[in-house]
Design a binder for this molecule. Structure first.
Ligand code: ADP
Ligand code: ADP
Length: 260
């Protein structure tokens, strides 16, 4: 049973022009894509720049509001639910209310390309990670700190890094912290949007090794967005290929990369 089923997902942007912002057309950024993510697998979402990968990811978690389609989330022990009488699905993220969305965003975490953008410069990285535990109800500060220190070690940093500020970390180290933060609530799914693209090649390799380790030890389920086929080939079990807002191919990584 899939963890996440994306059904005919669509995000169209209006194109507006001129002083009165008249609508002169539509950008079909994501134009009806469907795919599944199964527990424990890493699905690569690939395609050239501008084909709609980020928009798809942002629409799934509703950082952008999709204009059509369904996102059925079966994580968090929801299991398969029957459709409602009106044909809608009770686990459809696109129909979640505020409270359901909050719970969903605990279960599905995102990591972005630019590590700097994900951190408040005035907050130590440890407290930034611990804050999530606090927001989701863990009141014991010492316990929070213990969990975060542990996690920092698991992503290749050290417990003493807890009290350091983002500017004291390199880009690769910041992505390690971003991974720690993505994992601290034991999410069902992590969506990583070009997480290594902004890093130097040698640092990319290190962060990819870490992700491989986390795949093995956490049983991580991952949607991994990249335009870099060598990265995809290394990290992913299956690949979904986007082109101009549509999905042109989905299959196991060996199949997609096999010479014709
Ligand atoms: P074909 O090779 O027959 O054109 P594909 O399914 O391989 O069919 O590709 C369809 C379209 O998707 C192509 O026009 C190609 O430019 C684009 N495409 C395929 N793979 C990638 C990729 N990895 N990155 C960007 N675009 C891709
Ligand atoms: P990718 O992640 O594959 O590089 P994007 O999802 O960023 O592609 O962009 C897909 C298309 O949607 C592009 O043509 C882009 O210009 C357009 N687009 C993305 N965000 C917006 C927006 N906020 N308003 C209008 N068009 C957008």
């Amino acid at each position: 049973e899939p963890l996440l089923s994306v059904r005919d997902l669509e995000k169209h942007y209006p194109i507006e022009e001129g002083f009165l912002s008249r609508r002169v057309g539509t950008t079909r950024a994501v134009d009806g894509i469907s795919f599944e993510i199964y527990p424990g697998e890493t699905l690569g979402l690939v395609g050239e720049s501008g084909c709609g990968k980020s928009t798809a990811a942002r629409s799934i978690v509703r950082l952008d509001e999709p204009t059509g389609g369904e996102v059925i989330f079966n994580g968090d022990g929801r299991g398969r639910a029957e459709r409602n009488d009106d044909g809608t699905h009770p686990n459809d993220v696109t129909r979640f209310d505020r409270a359901e969305l909050k719970a969903f965003r605990r279960d599905v975490q995102m990591i972005f390309q630019d590590p700097a953008s994900s951190f408040d410069p005035r907050m130590t990285v440890g407290s930034a990670v611990a804050e999530l535990l606090s927001v989701h109800g863990m009141t014991d500060g010492r316990r929070r700190r213990g969990i975060v220190e542990n996690l920092l070690e698991r992503v290749g940093l050290s417990a003493t890094d807890y009290d350091r500020y983002p500017h004291e970390f390199s880009g690769g180290q910041k992505q390690r912290v971003a991974l720690a933060r993505a994992l601290v609530l034991n999410p069902d799914l992590v969506i990583a949007d070009e997480p290594v693209s902004a890093l130097d090649m040698s640092v990319q390799a290190e962060v990819l090794s870490l992700i491989e380790e986390l795949q093995a030890t956490f049983g991580l389920s991952l949607l991994f967005i990249s335009h870099d086929m060598s990265v995809i080939e290394r990290i992913c079990d299956r690949v979904a290929v986007m082109y101009l807002g549509e999905l042109v191919e989905v299959g196991p990584v060996e199949e997609i990369f096999a010479e014709p």
